[in-house]
Design a protein around this ligand. Structure first.
Ligand SMILES: Nc1ncnc2c1ncn2[C@@H]1O[C@H](COP(=O)(O)OP(=O)(O)OP(=O)(O)O)[C@@H](O)[C@H]1O
Length: 584
């Protein structure tokens, strides 16, 4: 299932109102200022009529001119202030949406992350939220102020001459019918354009995240074609949306021109018959001219809303992905905290309903303290054991307990704060070495840091680097060697003083000297902490207090190295071949 399959129930405008609600008063202030701008503009034709009247009756025009100048200046000043307030509010709405969405994405459940593309999620936070800016100012405010100005102008026109108003409204009605056909097309094209931006983000993330592999595989040209295809699709759909938006804008413009000409013709005839005077016709024409702006504002609001609604729909899709409950971070275990005990009881698990079971009733128990090694052929389900302990996934049947308490009963931050997890590919984040080490425990003091650097033998590396702990490690730690990355990941986990250390051993990242040193460190840690290791080296296995042998999603034997070599043929074979081969 992809992210776009998530159903959306709440209409886009309600989500928009939710983002706007915290800023409703500033938005209202901006809208009122915009209205005031419109109102001052509305008085202008009346002043103009007075001016023409004064001129035709040879009256002095000084006061009328002064009044007009004052109105124009006030109009500009209030307009500028209103526009600033509205833009600022729109930026705040974008900020609110970005904060809400990024917080939500950090809480996504791992299965939801498994079936999403990070690049597409990124596009939703960056590109889609940006579109809310225009929706807030142009759409919400445009519809409000433009609509009100429109109504006020129509009322004023009615007061000036009802017949000419009827003519104007007839033209506008025809234009409205045409717009009703165009607007849904803008929505569809905008959604497809934004989806294509998401696809482009996903392709970019895929390629830039593995640029070395792409280059080494000579796949630049093929990957280039994929990105270009997504960019072109976005272009195609944006151009479609632009075409319909232009058609909508021009329909409104054309309607106004037709209205102007029709009013001039009908109005001229009425002046000729003496039904109205010239001043009335000029005032009405000025109103027709003045009507153009609110009509364009309302049409702009409607077309802009279509783009925003498409972006809102994409934001909403992301917000519908399953997430963990929001919770405050839990404190890390205090020094000397009791190590954790762990048990799996008949655990059945698969990664998705349409995938085969990975665990077919896994059962084992690990007492507090000591080291337990998990061994077994590739794909046996060893790493999955760790993923279930961290509650990245929940078992379909059976129970996992930590300290005798079902994981489902644990407060999630508290559970994770008790655990230190070193993943198999030892991920290192872009930033400095210090950032990486302190990621799991930002409060660790210099003494802790020095001690852990020494036990993981990173002290030599830090001493060699001119910028020491402040050295930047590059995207995913590409400036470090594989073994260094692994030691950084172990040091990071140890700094958390975990009650349960999960170590997913990489097969051949460490040299013999470092491996021996780390073995001693892990043995040392296992005296005070419960250590679980997915083991690929014989040297790790032989020092374990107990070994759990897994095969095809089942535990086939538990014992010490000596017991298992004699009792379990699979283990004996693994020990004789795979482990020895990678023991260094
Ligand atoms: N996120 C996932 N989504 C779907 N299937 C997965 C996922 N992670 C692992 N699997 C599948 O689950 C099975 C068990 O994987 P797991 O990583 O637990 O094996 P392992 O015993 O640790 O293997 P290795 O020794 O090679 O690391 C594999 O067949 C793997 O393809």
């Amino acid at each position: 299932m992809s992210i776009t399959d998530a159903e959306s129930e709440v209409p886009a405008w309600r989500l928009l109102l939710e983002y706007v609600r915290p800023h409703r008063w500033t938005l209202l202030a901006g809208a009122l200022l915009a209205l005031a701008t419109g109102a001052t503009g509305l008085v202008l034709p009346l002043v103009a009529r007075g001016l023409i009247d004064d001129l035709s009756h040879d009256r002095p025009i000084g006061r009328a001119l002064l009044g007009m100048a004052a109105l124009v200046v006030t109009n500009a000043a209030v307009g500028a202030l209103g526009s600033y307030v509205l833009r600022r509010t729109a930026e705040s709405v974008v900020l609110g949406a970005r904060r809400a969405l990024s917080s939500y994405l950090l809480r996504l459940r791992i299965p939801a992350v498994d079936r999403s593309e990070p690049g597409d999620l990124m596009a939703r936070i960056t590109s889609d939220t940006t579109l809310l800016r225009e929706v807030t100012t142009d759409s919400l405010v445009g519809l409000g102020t433009g609509g009100l100005t429109l109504v006020a102008t129509v009322v004023m026109m009615g007061l000036v001459d009802v017949v000419l108003l009827g003519v104007t409204l007839g033209v506008i009605l025809c234009a409205g019918t045409v717009l009703g056909v165009i607007v849904p097309r803008i929505n569809r094209a905008s959604k497809q354009a934004q989806d294509a931006v998401g696809v482009m983000g996903a392709s970019l993330e895929r390629i830039l995240g593995a640029l070395r592999t792409v280059k080494a595989s000579g796949a630049e040209h093929r990957e280039e074609a994929t990105i270009h295809a997504a960019a072109e699709e976005s272009w195609r759909q944006s151009v479609r949306a632009a075409k319909w938006s232009a058609a909508a804008g021009n329909t409104a413009g054309l309607a106004m021109q037709i209205a102007f000409i029709t009013v001039l013709a009908v109005g001229g005839a009425r002046v000729a018959t003496g039904s109205i005077d010239v001043g009335t016709l000029v005032a009405f024409l000025l109103y027709v001219f003045y009507l153009m702006s609110p009509i364009q504002q309302v049409v702009g609001a409607i077309t802009q809303y279509q783009t925003g609604a498409a972006a809102l729909a994409r934001i909403q899709e992301a917000l519908r992905l399953p997430a963990e409950p929001a919770a405050l971070p839990a404190p890390l275990p205090t020094p000397g905290a009791e190590p954790a005990a762990l048990a799996f009881d008949d655990v059945r698990f698969r990664y998705a309903d349409d995938l085969p079971y990975v665990h077919h009733g896994v059962t084992f128990a690990v007492p507090a303290r000591g080291m337990t090694a998990f061994v077994g052929p590739s794909g046996a389900g060893k790493t999955t054991v760790f993923s279930l302990i961290e509650r990245f996934y929940d078992p379909e049947a059976g129970v996992v307990t930590v300290d005798g308490l079902d994981l489902a009963q644990w407060d999630l931050p508290q559970l994770r704060s008790a655990i230190g997890y070193v993943e198999q590919d030892a991920p290192v984040l872009s930033g400095s070495l210090r950032d990486n080490l302190l990621l799991g425990n930002p409060e660790a003091d210099d003494a802790d840091l020095t001690r852990v650097l020494k036990t993981t033998r990173l002290d030599g590396l830090i001493a060699r680097l001119p910028r020491g702990l402040d050295t930047l490690v590059g995207h995913r730690g590409t400036k470090l060697s594989g073994g260094e990355r692994q030691r950084v990941a172990i040091a990071r986990a140890l700094l958390r003083r975990p009650r349960l250390l999960l170590l997913d051993e990489a097969t051949s990242q460490l040299d013999a000297v470092n491996e021996a040193a780390l073995r001693d460190t892990v043995a040392d840690v296992a005296r005070t902490t419960t250590v679980l290791v997915v083991a690929h080296r014989l040297s790790t296995v032989t020092m374990a207090d107990r070994i759990v042998v897994m095969d095809a999603g089942r535990v086939r034997a538990v014992g010490t190295h000596r017991e298992l070599v004699a009792a379990d043929p699979l283990y004996a074979e693994l020990a004789a071949t795979q482990f020895l081969a990678t023991a260094g």
